[in-house]
Design a binder for this molecule. Structure first.
Ligand code: PMP
Length: 352
C-alpha cells in the first residue's frame, strides 16, 4: 500500500550519513574530542538544577541563552539580534518557513551543504542551483548573474563551504546582498576553524536587514549531541522566525546545557587549534603525494580519488576508516580529528 505522501516528497531519500561502528569515524565533521571532565561535571550540575522544574515549560524565548550567545559572538550583538534552535538545521528550516515556502524560490550554489535543498523541499520552497565553479570557488559576478536570472526569495551561501572547505570573501556577501531581492543566509557552521585573515559575515550585519548569519555549537564546541544552533541578524528577522517556531522548541535541558557549555568555552574551544593542525597536515601530506586537495578553512578536507569515488570510500572503510562520499564524482571528504585518526587515515590512503 502506498501512503498519500505529498507528491513533491514521493520517491525522495532522507538525509543520512551512515552511522557505522568503525574504529575511525571521520564522516560527519564532528569534533573527535570528547567533552573534558571538568565540563562534564559543570553540565551535570546545570542539568541537575533543572530537573525539579521539568513540570514547567522552558523559557519560550530562551533569553538567557541568547544573551550568552550574543556575548560569545561579539561584534556588539545584542540579545534581540540572536535566535537559537535545535541545531542550525532547525534555524534554517525556520528561515525558509518565514521567508520562503510555497510559491517562493531558494537559490544555492552546489556543491554546498546537502541539507539546504532538502530543507527547501520540506518547506515547499522551489530550489534553484546556481552551481560553483570547477575549482569550487564562487565569484561575486557569477552569484549576481544567477540572482538576477532567478530572483530568489532566499539565497544560501556557505562559508567555509561544506563539502569543499572554501571560505567566501565578504565582498561576495555584499555583492549578493546588493543584487538579491530577498533574504541572504550565510551558513557559518565552521567559522571557528577559519584560517587567520578569513573574516566572518558577522562584520557585514550592521545596516543589512536582509542578512542572516547561522552558526552552530555542533562543530568547534564539540556539542553536536546537545543540538544547539543559532543565528545573528536584525531584530526584525528574530521577530519573523518567532511566527513559525514551535512554542517551547528548546527544552530547558538544552538551554541549561548550552549555557554551561558556553560558560566553559575556553576548555571546549581548546581543541580548535589542534584540529586545524590536523587539517593542514592532511592537506599538505596528500599534496606531497601528488593528490589534488581543496583549500580548507573548516575541520574537513575534500580530496581527489579515483574517478569512481565509491571504490575509494569502500577501500578506506575496509581499513576501518569511515569518510564521506558527498556524491561528487572523483572526490571524498574527510574530517580532521585527533593526530591518531589522521595517522590512520593517511596510512590507509597510502595502502589503497
Ligand atoms: N551547516 C553546515 C554547513 C553543516 O555542515 C552542518 C552539519 N553537518 C550544519 C549546518 C548543521 O549543523 P547542526 O544542525 O548540527 O547545527
Amino acid at each position: 500500500m502506498t501512503l498519500p505522501i505529498r507528491d513533491d516528497l514521493r520517491g525522495l531519500t532522507a538525509y543520512g550519513a551512515p552511522q557505522l561502528d568503525v574504529p575511525v569515524r571521520l564522516n560527519t565533521n564532528e569534533n573527535s574530542y570528547p567533552v573534558p571532565d571538568a565540563v562534564v561535571e559543570a553540565l551535570g550540575k546545570a542539568l541537575q538544577a533543572e530537573l525539579r522544574d521539568l513540570n514547567r515549560y522552558p523559557d519560550r524565548d530562551a533569553v538567557a541563552l541568547r544573551t550568552d550567545l550574543a556575548a560569545y559572538l561579539g561584534h556588539d550583538l545584542t540579545t534581540d539580534q540572536v535566535w537559537a534552535a535545535n541545531g542550525s538545521n532547525e534555524i534554517q528550516q525556520q528561515l525558509l518557513q518565514a521567508f520562503a515556502g510555497p510559491g517562493r524560490i531558494a537559490l544555492g550554489f552546489t556543491p554546498a551543504y546537502s541539507m539546504h535543498p532538502l530543507l527547501a523541499v520540506g518547506t515547499g520552497t522551489a530550489w534553484v542551483d546556481g552551481y560553483r565553479a570547477a575549482d569550487f570557488g564562487l565569484t561575486a559576478a557569477h552569484a549576481v548573474e544567477q540572482i538576477e536570472r532567478h530572483r530568489p526569495d532566499l539565497v544560501f551561501l556557505c562559508s567555509p563551504n561544506n563539502p569543499t572547505g572554501t571560505a567566501l570573501d565578504p565582498a561576495v556577501v555584499t555583492a549578493v546582498l546588493d543584487a538579491a531581492p530577498g533574504m541572504v543566509v550565510v551558513d557559518e557552521a565552521y567559522a571557528e576553524f577559519a584560517r587567520a585573515g578569513t573574516p566572518s559575515a558577522l562584520g557585514v550585519l550592521p545596516g543589512n536587514q536582509r542578512l542572516v548569519v547561522t552558526r552552530t555549537m555542533s562543530k568547534a564546541f564539540g556539542f553536536a549531541g546537545g543540538r544547539l544552533g543559532y543565528l545573528a541578524a536584525d531584530p526584525a528577522v528574530v521577530d519573523a522566525v518567532q511566527l513559525v517556531r514551535l512554542p517551547y522548541h528548546l527544552s530547558s535541558l538544552t538551554q541549561a546545557a548550552a549555557r554551561a557549555a558556553l560558560a566553559h568555552r575556553d576548555a571546549l574551544l581548546a581543541t580548535v587549534e589542534a584540529i586545524k593542525e590536523q587539517r593542514d597536515r592532511i592537506v599538505s601530506v596528500l599534496r606531497e603525494r601528488g593528490m589534488r586537495v581543496a583549500d580548507s578553512d573548516a575541520n574537513f578536507v575534500l580530496f581527489q580519488t579515483q574517478p569512481d569515488q565509491k571504490k575509494s570510500w569502500r577501500a578506506l572503510l575496509d581499513r576501518g576508516v569511515l569518510v564521506r562520499d558527498v556524491g561528487l564524482p572523483g572526490w571524498l571528504r574527510v574530517t580532521a580529528g585527533t593526530p591518531a585518526e589522521t595517522d590512520a587515515f593517511l596510512s590507509s590512503m597510502e595502502s589503497l
